[in-house]
Ligand binder design. Structure first.
Ligand code: NAD
Ligand code: UD1
Length: 306
């Protein structure tokens, strides 16, 4: 089997690459290295890296040639960046996705698996989030992700390309880059905890997220690529538990055995308050079973960085 991973030099994509190579797939990666890094692919010596942009439709078609499955991970992933630069994130996150779908249709790729997001749910206070709820995104990023998902669904109906959309909740684990102001909160907190730098919480710290360890997310991707009869479907990928940022810091303080008093700053525009996945659809239809919980995952992350 041949797989293309767009964004495969990034955090999640490189872990998918590693797993696919172990399972005997031939793996190609398309990545513009904007946030991804060559070194993320060091554990994937068999992967072929093509440095290029998903906005380049000709290139996307070229790299898709001969692939049985595409994992479309490439995106600008930051919610606040999308609030500040909505045109740029539109171009990558919507046009880039459309280019992948055009390529899949033209090159007769069997299945496309899409990295969608819990950000599509927006501010509807009802919890947990179920896939049957009407999306109401409150950031350009959330709009872009649900648009991508709608395109996938249409492709599954119109052009014989099988598609599966995975609505990731807050993913964390080794190789998530902590260095940008836009990085995922766990990567920032762990980096700062281990280097003794101050930690800032935006808002009162009572906002909550369904944090999901990378191994669970890779498992969901493999299932989404290989389970028959699920084309056109969307699935939540979380753990089904939520943790506030204040609680997260307490767990981290315990694991690292350091006091981690945060400072509090103004909340971020476009931030959602609470996020929690109902994962029963993924359990039933994909056999998804997130085995690694927050504390075990945090411990694995901290140990990998020590
Ligand atoms: P990441 O930034 O590590 O990975 C994204 C990758 O895409 C990077 O390697 C980057 O260089 C590449 N990329 C960006 N723009 C590109 C372009 N125009 N052309 C080619 N490559 C490009 O982030 P990640 O956390 O691994 O995210 C992977 C996917 O999962 C993204 O689609 C993101 O929106 C989605 N997602 C992530 C989370 C999370 O919590 N990390 C949650 C929900 C959804
Ligand atoms: C994250 C992902 C997004 C994904 C979404 C799905 C990243 C960068 N973003 O968005 O791609 O689609 O989950 O649920 O991976 N915070 C602090 N201090 C910090 C950094 C963040 O308090 O130093 C707060 C934020 O204000 C927010 C929470 O932590 O309330 C989580 O932020 P972040 O990790 O950026 O994730 P999301 O915005 O939830």
């Amino acid at each position: 089997m041949h797989a293309l991973i767009t964004g495969g030099a990034g955090f999640i994509g490189s872990h998918i690459a590693e797993r696919l190579l172990r399972e005997g797939y031939k793996v190609k990666v398309l990545d513009n290295l904007s946030t991804g890094k060559r070194e993320n692919l060091v554990p994937c010596p068999g992967a072929e890296l093509v440095v290029g942009d998903v906005r380049d439709d000709k290139l996307v078609r070229e790299v898709a040639r001969g692939c049985d499955v595409i994992f479309h991970e490439a995106a600008v992933v930051s919610v606040p960046f999308s609030v500040e630069h909505p045109q740029e994130t539109h171009d990558v996150n919507i046009q880039g996705t459309l280019n992948v779908l055009h390529a899949a249709r033209a090159e007769k790729t069997k299945r496309v698996v899409f990295a969608c997001s819990a950000a599509v749910y927006g501010e509807d206070p009802e919890l947990p989030k179920k896939e049957s709820m009407a999306p109401l995104p409150v950031s350009p990023y959330g709009v872009e992700k649900i648009t991508g998902e709608y395109y996938l669904h249409a492709w599954s109906q119109l052009y014989g390309v099988e598609t599966v959309s995975l609505r990731y909740f807050n993913v964390f684990g080794p190789r998530q880059d902590p260095k940008s102001a836009y990085s995922g909160v766990i990567s920032i907190f762990v980096d700062r905890a281990l280097s003794g730098k101050p930690i800032t919480i935006f808002g009162d710290g009572e906002q909550s997220r369904d944090f999901v360890f990378i191994g669970n997310v890779v498992d969901a991707n493999i299932r989404a690529a290989t389970t028959p009869g699920v084309s056109g479907r969307a699935y939540n990928v979380g753990c089904g538990t939520r943790t506030t940022l204040n609680e997260l810091l307490q767990v981290l303080a315990r694991i690292t055995n350091r006091p981690l008093p945060p400072s509090y700053a103004e909340g971020r525009v476009g931030d959602i308050r609470h996020s929690l996945a109902d994962i029963s659809r993924a359990r039933t239809e994909l056999g998804y079973d997130p085995k690694v919980g927050l504390e075990e995952g945090l411990l694995a992350l901290v140990n990998s960085l020590r």
